[in-house]
Design a protein. Structure first.
Lengths: 293, 161
């Protein structure tokens, strides 16, 4: 047998969203939803056990990856990182998300891992999660009683903990239409390319000429959840993005983060590079214009 | 135990499996297809790559029951009888196989890439092997082997047409 023996679980294979929700209602916290399994299976091999694993493999209606210029982007629960990477609409309209998909793990993992799984995992290192936190979005959750939308801003509570109720299935994520002059980018640092981020950052800027109207700036691996950097966002809002501003921003970042030592990096290193990474991700967002046109 | 039906290397199998058994363990322990390797058992080394409905995936992170109805290709299904696939030939010719542990995965991923594109550039070759850890070769010889395999396949396609 395998070197890591998983505690036995039952694998339930519902064939509709309704059936999935009924199973969640029955098994509640004795169950876990399985999308790509790249987080869940690893957890089940190490330190986690659960009686019922509810697989989405046979559930139809969760594959939608659709961009509508009037409504925005919809990402269904079974959409993989590879699907996102193949989408010209995502590449053109949501560069931060596309760039996060581009550096995400390895080709095989990208074929399996889902975007929503990344969000539901609630890791402070989630790459697509960081990009989507910057662009903004809301999750559609469904249980036997009905549906609700929850903004990503309110979704991650602490490490691995979300606002999802145990009987809720995440159906899709909705990302708004990019604002006029919107620029976004994602950057990360890793030990080897296939490893999880040791630190990552994403920005979404609303630009009018050289002036930034509104900014969302996100950093990962520097706290128990992904963090927005409100001071940096304030410094950008209404300002011309000059080299001097970027230098000031890069000095402020350290006051907004609280990294720890772990197997991927040290708090000291993360504190040292965080400001530089934020500066670079802003530059990347702004420079994209010249590259593309 | 639950019943699993799937096709592996063109052959249909029906077998009762435990719901918590991975596809990797199913291949190795139940079907004795030990060409697919267990390097890390947690998604990090790529050695357990198999093709599932024509996509390379990691068999260590997939419950076998999720592969219900799928068509799977493992390293055992790559050669046609005694005739090696050009990727296998090239791996031997370039000395790209040392201990051999990563080889099945390198071959599976190489075959998949070249089936889609028999003229890959350096970056595409690097991307293809990036998913699999090799502790022996330093990767250079594997890159060269995939380029050689690509040229073999281009020649075969040219001669055939
Ligand atoms: C070797 C390796 C490398 C990795 N590299 C990266 C990387 O570079 N960047 C990165 O961000 N992550 C990385 N990861 C982590 C992981 O691949 C991602 O978090 C992935 O997006 C998870 O998606 P999944 O579909 O596999 O989720 P799963 O494992 O299926 O699920 C993850 C969690 O979400 C829950 N869940 C999933 N879907 C739903 C739903 N629809 N409704 C309710 N709950 C749900 C599950 O119950 C589980 O708790 C890596 C993992 C491995 C093993
Ligand atoms: S054994 Fe599956 S990736 Fe290492
Ligand atoms: S040849 Fe030994 S691991 Fe690659």
């Amino acid at each position: 047998m395998s070197s890591r023996v998983m505690r036995d679980f039952d694998l339930l294979l519902p064939e509709s969203i309704e059936e999935t929700i009924a199973l969640l209602a029955r098994h509640k916290d004795k169950s876990a939803v399985l999308a790509g399994g790249t987080d869940l299976l690893v957890a089940l091999k190490f330190d986690y056990s659960i009686d019922n694993v509810i697989s989405l493999a046979l559930v139809p209606g969760l594959d939608e990856l659709d961009f509508d210029p009037a409504r925005g982007l919809t990402i269904g629960a079974k959409v993989t990182i590879a699907d996102v990477l193949r989408s010209q609409d995502v590449k053109d309209n949501y560069p931060a998300l596309w760039q996060a998909a581009q550096v995400f793990a390895t080709p095989q993992l990208r074929n399996t891992a889902t975007v929503l799984g990344n969000i539901l995992r609630a890791s402070p290192a989630g790459d697509c999660s960081a990009a989507l936190y910057a662009t903004g979005g809301s999750l559609l959750l469904k249980n036997a009683k009905g549906c609700r939308n929850i903004d990503l801003d309110d979704f991650w509570i602490s490490y691995g903990v979300t606002a999802r109720c145990v009987d809720e299935l995440a159906i899709s994520l909705h990302v708004p239409v990019p604002a006029q002059g919107e620029k976004s980018a994602f950057r990360r640092m890793t030990r080897t390319t296939e490893d999880l981020s040791k630190i990552n950052a994403a920005v979404c800027l609303q630009m009018a000429g050289e002036t930034c109207h509104k900014a969302r700036v996100v950093m990962g691996c520097v706290g128990p959840t992904l963090l927005r950097l409100p001071k940096v966002e304030k410094m950008l809002a209404g300002a011309a993005v000059t080299p001097e501003l970027l230098r000031d921003i890069s000095n402020v970042v350290i006051s907004e983060i609280a990294p720890i030592d772990d197997q991927r990096s040290s708090a000291e290193y993360r504190n040292k590079v965080a400001g530089v990474l934020v500066k670079r991700v802003i530059e990347a967002a702004l420079n994209a214009k010249e590259n593309d046109q | 135990m639950k019943l699993l039906n799937l096709t592996i290397n063109g052959r249909k199998h029906t077998k009762a499996v435990s719901p918590s058994m991975t596809l990797l363990d199913f291949l190795r322990e139940e079907l004795n297809l030990t060409g697919t390797k267990n390097g890390c058992d947690k998604g990090a080394c790529g050695c357990c790559s198999v093709m599932i409905d024509d996509k390379p995936m990691l068999s260590c992170l997939l419950p076998a029951l999720e592969a219900e109805g799928a068509a799977i290709t493992t390293i055992e299904g790559i050669a046609k009888g005694n005739a090696l696939h050009p990727v296998q030939e090239a791996m031997i010719e370039m000395g790209a196989i040392q201990c051999g542990f990563c080889t099945p995965a390198m071959v599976i991923n190489g075959v998949h890439m070249l089936a889609k594109n028999n003229n890959p550039d350096d970056d595409e070759v690097k991307e293809c092997i990036s998913a699999t850890v090799c502790r022996c070769t330093g990767y250079n010889s594997i890159e060269k082997a995939l380029h050689l395999a690509a040229s073999k396949m281009r020649r075969a396609a040219h001669d055939g047409s």
